[in-house]
Structures are given as structure tokens and as C-alpha cells.
Design a protein around this ligand. Structure first.
Ligand SMILES: Cc1ncc(COP(=O)(O)O)c(C=O)c1O
Length: 508
């Protein structure tokens, strides 16, 4: 047999493989990107979305691809510039005052810089030996933020997960495995004949909670949907009878999920009272604070989460109201032992049965992901550089701005404010006199879509009490009340155009 030596593609003379990894080229391409991003960040013009049809966009993307298939293609600076330009231009413009649409935020630019470093050093964060600093600062950040939660510093713990949806799933698994011992090892069928496991949620809970339940084999019929009061919060008075009715239906509710900042209207459930109810009924209390847990860092807004110290777990998305790139989610547990119950597994290649001082910092046993971004680095770096006031000041401004927007809506006779905002989400309708009740729903959806297509503002929509509403989420401190007035004028103009073109078709 002739000995075959591995072919080294760098020795064939082209050097193009080496060039792709070249540090000098890295610097030059970074400078190209930086110049473009600086321009992007400096552009404070009011713009929404430039919505392009997917086929056209795909063609534009294909035109930027090399046709070389045999060898590593020669680096093309113009192509790179084209890719970056197309990427920047076609997304939601999170840094523009025209963006009021979703909970996705414009980032503190420094967080983008640290994310860039993370991408280059590429340290998977589930294991200390692979990502030492991220694992060390995860504990530092946990301690910093727990000062606002108020749990026993010696007992609580935090783990990062790739998004709030995954954090909710992880917390529900921990809750189920703790309240229904044997479920993880024996499976659901061993519980046959016993009351079926169930989760109690507010009736407009984020879909990720219902989805997590589905993943765990808990069907829709096993979700006990608790009624809301007029402010969109779980009604404590109605929760007790609903839980008791569930028991009579042979359901074993093991967990109650409260929202700290509901997605639809930004309502904060009364955690304090719900915690008492949960304790009385021996339920795990999970607080989904994906949106609103960040209000804890503000002295004036913390009160919205009163009772959080009595919860068992808390989901907290930093990629929403802490203005870092997604994903960056923290899942807090009041009792660190509980964090080990979500996944009860052995895997000798990664988990040490007897942790040493290094592996004690691993989070692999506590989170779903094996490879995980070192997401805490962005948050910690901002905290390290600017301190908590950076977040508190911005959040307070956003909440005040939303309150101002509410006042503006209320002052317009052809608009209807649907709630007093509790944070930075406001829902309202354009409802001029003469529009029939049954047409209001369709009108809001048509307005939202037309505003989106016009491309000056980006807003969202949500059903409130079964009827569509326009929804703004204030995530950008560059937005002022004046910008919101401009949005209101645009909505009115759009609404009037739609109504008159409809009247035109009816009479034609
Ligand atoms: C209340 C709430 N929970 C969970 C989520 C899901 O979080 P993520 O998008 O980080 O998965 C969201 C997202 O909007 C949310 O508003």
C-alpha cells in the first residue's frame, strides 16, 4: 500500500485559503464594516422597513455570490461591501426613531463591539475550560442582578440560555421534575391513573410558554388559562376558583406562570399575591420577565415586580430592555438545587461527577444547549463600563415616553387608547366616528400593513379582547413625543385614505 499524505490546500501555491484567515485582511474588512456601521448609527432619519419581495431579495443575494466552485475564490472587496450594505438596508431599522414596532431593541454600540469579539474568539460558554471569562462573569452578573431580585445570595443561581423561550422551557422542566419526582426518569406513562400534570397561565401568556408545555407533552387542555382583570393582569380573585376547578377536572397543576410585562399590552401580573397563592397550593411560581424584568434595575419602576423575591424562577431577556444583541437571556432560580433538576443526565465527555474548582463553573448540566454563545459578555461589559444607571435611565425614559404617547392618543377624538401603559408598550386604535364596530378590526390591520409598506414607521398589531389594535413598543431613546405625533398623523392619513377608497368601491 502506498502511503497517502493528506493534501494541504495551502501548499498548492494559491494561498487563498490562508488569505481567508489572514489577520491583515481581517483588519481591512473590519474597517469596511465599521465605516458602514458608523454611518448607519449616525443616520437618525425616520424610517420603518424597506419591505422587499423575497424573490427580488434572493436575486440580489445570489448576485453577490461567487460562481467559483473548484477553488477558494479570490477575495472581492466590492462583494463584501455589497453584502454589508444589503444586510443593513433590509432589516428592521432598530436605531431609527421610526422603529416602534417590537421588543427587539437597538443595541448599545459597545455591546456590538463585544459581540464581535465574541464571534472571533468563539468561546462556547457551557463549559468553564472553553470560555473562562464568560463563565466567571456569569456569576458576577448573577450577583449584581440578584441584588434587585433579593434572593438569598448563597442559595440562588442563574444560567444563560439562548432566548426567553428556551428559558421558559427550562424553568418549566425544573418545576415539573421537582413537583412530580420520577417524571424525568420514568416518563409520563408511569403517571397513568393519576391526575394529569397541568400549568396555570394568564390567558394571554406568551406563546413560548404554551409551546414549552407542548414540548413537555402537556397539551392545550392541560393549560389552565386564568382570567385577566381590566388592566390585563391575572385576576387573583378569579385565579383561586380556576385552580380549584382544574383540580376537580383531575388536573394536577404543578406550576403557575406569571408575566412581568405581558407581550400584548405590557401588563405586570401581581406577583406578590400570586406567590402567596402558589405557596398555599404548593405550586412552583415561574415569572416570565422576558420583557419586563429589566425594570428591576430602576428605583422608580422596581415596584411593578413586587413579590419577585417569593418566586421560584425568573426569565430575564437582556436582549430586550437591556439593549444588547440577541440572544442574551438569564434564567434565575431561587434555589440552586432546582437548577439541576431541569435536565438529569450523565455524559462523561462533558459533565464531571465530582466537580473541581473549574468545572464547578460549568453550566452545561443546567442549560439545554451544548454549544452556547458567551452571551453574558455583552451585558457584563456594558455593566462594567457604564454601571446600572445606563439601563435604568434609558428604561425610565422609555416608560415616560410611552406615558406621554398615551396622553397624546387620549387627546385625539378619533383615536382610542386601550390601556394606561405600565411600561413601554401601548395599544390603541384609530376609530373615527362613523366606522361600524364590526369594521374596526379590519381597519387596524389594514392601517398597520399600509404604514409598514409606506416605510416611514414600523409598528405592530395585536388583538385586544378579540379586536385588532395598533401596538407600539418604545425601545429607542432617540424617539420623542414629536415622533409619536408624526406617527399619529400618518395613521390618521392612512386610515382616512383606506376609508375613502373603501367608500369609493362601495359607491362605484
Ligand atoms: C413575555 C415574553 N416571554 C417570552 C418571550 C420569548 O422570548 P425570546 O424571544 O427571547 O425567545 C417574549 C418575546 O417577546 C415575551 O415577550
Amino acid at each position: 500500500m502506498t502511503e497517502s499524505r493528506p493534501h494541504n490546500p495551502t501548499s498548492d501555491g494559491s494561498g487563498l485559503l490562508l488569505e481567508a484567515f489572514d489577520a491583515q485582511l481581517f483588519r481591512e474588512t473590519s474597517e469596511t464594516a465599521l465605516a458602514k456601521l458608523e454611518k448607519h448609527l449616525s443616520d437618525l432619519s425616520i424610517r420603518g422597513l424597506e419591505l422587499i419581495d423575497p424573490a427580488t431579495l434572493s436575486d440580489a443575494a445570489k448576485a453577490l455570490m461567487t460562481t467559483e466552485r473548484e477553488r477558494v475564490a479570490t477575495f472581492d472587496e466590492e462583494k463584501l461591501a455589497g453584502i454589508i450594505d444589503l444586510y443593513i438596508r433590509t432589516g428592521i431599522q432598530v436605531h431609527s426613531p421610526g422603529y416602534m414596532g417590537r421588543q427587539f431593541s437597538g443595541v448599545v454600540p459597545l455591546a456590538g463591539v463585544i459581540d464581535f469579539v465574541s464571534s472571533v474568539v468563539n468561546q462556547p460558554a457551557s463549559f468553564y475550560e472553553a470560555a473562562q471569562l464568560p463563565n466567571a462573569v456569569e456569576r458576577i452578573m448573577a450577583d449584581e442582578l440578584n441584588r434587585f431580585i433579593g434572593w438569598d445570595p448563597a442559595r440562588f443561581t442563574m444560567v444563560t440560555t439562548s432566548g426567553g423561550s428556551l428559558a421558559n422551557l427550562t424553568a418549566l422542566l425544573a418545576a415539573r421534575n421537582q413537583k412530580l419526582p420520577g417524571y424525568w426518569s420514568e416518563g409520563g406513562s408511569s403517571f397513568r391513573g393519576q391526575p394529569r400534570p397541568a400549568i396555570a397561565v394568564g390567558s394571554d401568556v406568551h406563546y413560548s410558554v404554551a409551546r414549552a408545555a407542548g414540548v413537555m407533552g402537556i397539551g392545550d387542555a392541560q393549560l389552565v388559562r386564568l382570567p385577566l382583570n381590566s388592566r390585563g393582569q391575572i385576576s387573583v380573585a378569579d385565579a383561586r376558583p380556576a385552580l380549584e376547578a382544574a383540580e376537580r377536572q383531575n388536573l394536577k397543576v404543578f406550576c403557575l406562570v406569571a408575566s412581568a410585562g405581558s407581550t400584548s399590552v405590557g401588563a405586570f401580573d401581581p406577583i406578590d399575591e400570586l406567590a402567596d397563592l402558589a405557596r398555599e397550593k404548593d405550586l412552583w411560581l415561574h415569572v416570565d420577565g422576558a420583557h419586563g424584568a429589566s425594570l428591576l434595575v430602576s428605583d422608580t419602576l422596581r415596584e411593578k415586580l413586587r413579590g419577585i423575591d417569593k418566586a421560584d424562577s425568573l426569565t430575564w431577556d437582556a436582549h430586550k430592555m437591556m439593549f444588547v444583541p440577541a440572544p442574551c437571556t438569564m434564567l434565575f432560580y431561587r434555589d440552586k438545587e432546582s437548577s439541576l433538576t431541569a435536565f438529569r443526565q450523565k455524559a462523561s465527555y462533558v459533565f464531571d461527577e465530582e466537580p473541581d474548582i473549574y468545572t464547578a463553573y460549568d453550566s452545561g448540566g443546567k442549560n439545554f444547549e451544548c454549544t452556547k454563545r458567551p452571551m453574558i459578555m455583552t451585558l457584563w461589559s456594558l455593566w462594567a463600563m457604564y454601571g446600572p444607571a445606563l439601563f435604568a435611565e434609558k428604561i425610565e425614559y422609555l416608560c415616560q415616553l410611552t406615558e406621554e404617547a398615551h396622553g397624546i392618543v387620549r387627546a385625539e377624538p378619533d383615536f382610542e387608547a386601550l390601556h394606561r401603559p405600565e411600561a413601554n408598550i401601548l395599544c390603541f386604535r384609530y376609530h373615527p366616528a362613523g366606522v361600524r364596530k364590526e369594521d374596526v378590526h379590519r381597519l387596524q390591520i389594514a392601517i398597520r400593513n399600509s404604514v409598514k409598506l409606506r416605510g416611514n414607521f414600523f409598528i405592530s398589531k395585536v388583538n385586544v379582547d378579540g379586536v385588532a389594535a395598533l401596538r407600539v413598543v418604545m425601545m429607542n431613546h432617540q424617539i420623542t413625543g414629536e415622533h409619536f405625533r408624526m406617527l399619529i398623523s400618518e395613521i390618521r392619513r392612512t386610515g382616512q385614505d383606506l376609508l375613502s377608497s373603501e367608500a369609493g368601491t362601495e359607491t362605484a
